[in-house]
Design a protein around this ligand. Structure first.
Ligand SMILES: NC(=O)C1=CN([C@@H]2O[C@H](COP(=O)(O)OP(=O)(O)OC[C@H]3O[C@@H](n4cnc5c(N)ncnc54)[C@H](OP(=O)(O)O)[C@@H]3O)[C@@H](O)[C@H]2O)[C@H](O)CC1
Ligand SMILES: [K+]
Length: 511
C-alpha cells in the first residue's frame, strides 16, 4: 500500500482508462459498487435513513452510484446535490441522468434551513462533496454545508477524502468534514497523513476499485510505502532456538549527563525487552551511583567527565570491537567535548551502525558531510524541532513538507532518517520512504524518544536492515501505546509501561 499524491492517483486512473481500457464511466460504476460492499462489510450502514450529499465532480458521481446501488439493496436513501444541476460534468453528469431516468429524486441543498431539516432526518451521512479535485478555500454552498454537517454530529462516512481536506498537503483552509470513517479509493492519499488530517479522517479504510497497486511499479512511481502489520511481522529478527547472547548481538548506548539520568536508562531497558543479547550503557562517571541498581541486566560502564558531560578519552577507554551498533545521544546534553565524542565515534572501527538521537543530533550535525566516506550506516531519529535544526529551517516548514525534507536529508548525507511525529516517516539514502500510519498521543511525553532509540538499537544489533528496524520500532511503540491507552487512557501511559508491555504485542506477531 502506498501514500499517493493527486497527480499520481490521476496517472493511475488515466492508465487504467486509456491503456488497460476500463472506461471512466465503468470505473465510476466499479468504485461505487466497491464502496457499497465495503460499507456493508464494515457494518457502517443502518436501516434508518441514509443521506448522500454530492458535489460537482467525480466524487459526487461516485455518490450517485452509491445511492442507486443502496436503493437497489433496499436501504432508505436520500440524495442531495450541493450545486446546480447544470454545473455537473462528465461521468458525474451521466450518473446523475441515470438516477433521473430511474425516477430517483435528488434534492438541491442550496438553502440552509431546509437543508438542516433534510439532514437532521437521516442517521448516517455519506460525504461525496469533494475528493481529490478540491482546491483552495471552500466555495459556494460548501461554505455553510460542511460546517452544518459537522455540527449535526451524525455518523459521517467520507468517500475518498473528507471534503475540504487537501489530498496532497492535508491542509484544511476553512473547514472540512469531520468523518468517523473515510473510505479511500484505490490507494490512500498522502494528505491523509499530514498536518491535522487525522482529526478529519476517522478510521481509514482502503477500497479496491480495480486500479491495482502494481501499477505504482508499472508506472515507475516513487511513493512512500505504508507500513502494515505484515511488513512488521516480516521484519522481526529471526530467533533461532539454539541462539545465545552472541547470536543476538551486543549493542551500546552512549548517553546521560548531569541533568539527564533517566534518558539512557529508558533506551537500555527498551533494548532488553526486544531481543538483544547484551547491552552496554556508557554514562559519565558521576551518574554511576544513581544508575547502579536500576537495571541489573545492563552492563554499566563509566566514562570520565568534565562539567558533568563525558569526554572522548573517557568513552574511548572502553572496548568497542565486539559491539555491532551504538546509540549516541539519549540524555547526552550539549558541550564542546561531546562533538569530539561524535567525531571519534564516526571513525571508530567495530560498530557497523550508529543511531543518533536527541542532543547527539546537535553534536553530529557539523560532521554529517563525512558520513558517506566512513561507510558506516548512520541513522538519525529527529523530532520536528531537531529536524528543523538539522535542515536550518523552521518547524512549520518541516511539518508542511515532511516527506521532502526527510528524503532530501537522507539523500544529501547518505544517512537513514526517522522523522518522528504523529505519523512518523522513514527515509533511506537511495530515496525510498515508509510511512507509519499509526501514532499515539500517549507517546507525547519525555522518555518516549529514548525508548524508540533503544528499540531501533536492539533491532539493528540483531541484524535487521536499518529501514526495517526503523519502521518496526516505530510501529511497535505506537501500537503498544495505543493498546495501553485503551485501558489506562492516553494521559496515563508512561514510557516505562510501553517498554514492559512491548512483549505482548511482539508475541502476537511471532505466534
Ligand atoms: N481514483 C480513481 O481512480 C477514481 C476516482 N474517482 C473519484 O473522482 C474523484 C476526483 O474527481 P474530480 O472530478 O477530479 O474532483 P472532485 O470530485 O473532488 O471535484 C472537483 C470539483 O469540485 C469543485 N471544487 C474544487 N475545489 C472546491 C472548493 N474548494 N470549494 C467548492 N468547490 C470546489 C470544482 O468544481 P468547479 O465547478 O467549482 O470548478 C472541481 O472541479 C476522486 O476523489 C474519486 O472520488 C472516480 O469516480 C473513480 C476512479
Ligand atoms: K468526499
Amino acid at each position: 500500500m502506498y501514500a499517493l499524491t493527486t497527480a499520481q492517483m490521476q496517472a493511475l486512473e488515466r492508465y487504467t482508462i486509456e491503456t488497460i481500457g476500463i472506461d471512466g464511466g465503468t470505473l465510476m460504476e466499479i468504485a461505487g459498487n466497491a464502496v457499497v460492499m465495503a460499507l456493508r462489510e464494515h457494518e457502517l450502514l443502518t436501516h434508518e435513513r441514509i443521506a448522500i450529499v454530492c458535489g460537482t465532480g467525480n466524487n459526487g458521481g461516485d455518490g450517485f452510484v452509491i445511492a442507486r446501488r443502496l436503493i437497489d439493496l433496499g436501504y432508505d436513501v436520500r440524495i442531495g446535490l450541493a450545486v446546480e444541476e447544470q454545473q455537473l460534468r462528465g461521468d458525474a453528469k451521466t450518473q446523475y441522468h441515470i438516477l433521473k431516468r430511474r425516477g430517483i429524486p435528488v434534492t438541491l441543498l442550496i438553502e440552509e434551513v431546509q437543508t438542516t431539516a433534510w439532514l437532521a432526518s437521516c442517521a448516517v451521512l455519506i460525504d461525496c462533496l469533494l475528493g481529490t479535485g478540491a482546491s483552495g478555500a471552500l466555495r459556494g454552498h460548501m461554505t455553510w454545508l460542511i460546517p452544518l454537517i459537522n455540527a449535526l454530529e451524525k455518523m459521517v462516512v467520507a468517500i475518498d477524502l473528507p471534503s475540504g481536506l487537501h489530498a496532497n498537503s492535508g491542509e484544511v483552509v476553512d473547514a472540512a468534514i469531520e468523518a468517523d470513517y473515510t473510505l479511500t479509493l484505490a490507494q490512500p492519499k498522502i494528505g491523509c497523513y499530514l498536518q491535522q488530517a487525522s482529526h478529519y479522517i476517522g478510521e481509514l479504510i482502503v477500497v479496491d476499485i480495480s486500479v491495482p497497486e502494481t501499477l505504482v511499479d508499472t508506472l515507475h512511481m516513487t511513493a512512500p510505502t505504508i507500513v502494515t502489520p505484515a511488513l512488521v511481522k516480516a521484519a522481526l529478527p529471526a530467533r533461532p532456538l539454539d541462539g545465545h547472547k552472541g547470536t543476538f548481538g551486543h549493542g551500546a548506548v552512549i548517553g546521560g549527563s548531569q541533568h539527564y539520568v533517566g534518558a539512557p536508562l529508558y533506551s537500555a531497558k527498551a533494548v532488553f525487552h526486544s531481543g538483544i543479547g547484551l547491552i552496554s550503557l556508557i554514562v559519565p562517571e558521576g551518574l554511576m551511583p544513581s544508575m547502579m541498581l536500576q537495571a541489573p541486566e545492563v552492563l554499566l560502564k563509566s566514562a570520565a567527565s568534565e562539567d558533568g558531560y563525558m569526554t572522548k578519552e573517557g568513552v574511548a577507554l572502553h572496548d568497542f570491537t565486539k559491539i555491532r551498533a551504538v546509540a549516541f545521544g539519549p540524555g547526552l546534553g550539549r558541550a564542546a567535548q561531546l562533538q569530539e565524542v561524535a567525531a571519534w565515534l564516526l571513525a571508530l572501527e567495530g560498530p557497523e551502525t550508529i543511531i543518533v538521537d536527541a542532543d547527539g543530533l546537535y553534536m553530529m550535525k557539523p560532521l554529517l558531510q563525512h558520513v558517506r566516506a566512513t561507510g558506516k550506516c548512520v541513522i538519525l531519529t529527529p523530532h520536528p524541532g531537531e529536524m528543523a535544526m538539522l535542515c536550518d529551517t523552521t518547524i512549520a516548514e518541516i511539518e508542511q513538507h515532511r516527506f521532502s525534507y526527510a528524503r532530501d536529508l537522507a539523500q544529501k548525507f547518505g544517512v537513514y532518517v526517522l522523522l518522528k511525529g504523529h505519523r512518523s516517516i522513514v527515509a533511506t539514502p537511495d530515496g525510498a520512504q515508509w510511512l507509519i500510519p499509526i501514532g499515539s498521543s500517549a507517546l507525547g511525553k519525555g522518555g518516549s524518544g529514548d525508548v524508540l532509540t533503544g528499540l531501533i538499537l536492539s533491532f539493528v544489533t540483531q541484524r535487521v536492515p536499518a529501514e526495517q528496524a526503523l519502521y518496526t520500532a516505530a510501529y511497535l511503540q505506537a501500537e503498544t501505546a495505543e493498546k495501553l491507552a485503551a485501558q489506562h487512557s492516553h494521559y496515563s501511559v508512561t514510557p516505562e509501561m510501553v517498554v514492559t508491555h512491548l512483549g505482548q504485542l511482539i508475541a502476537c506477531f511471532v505466534k
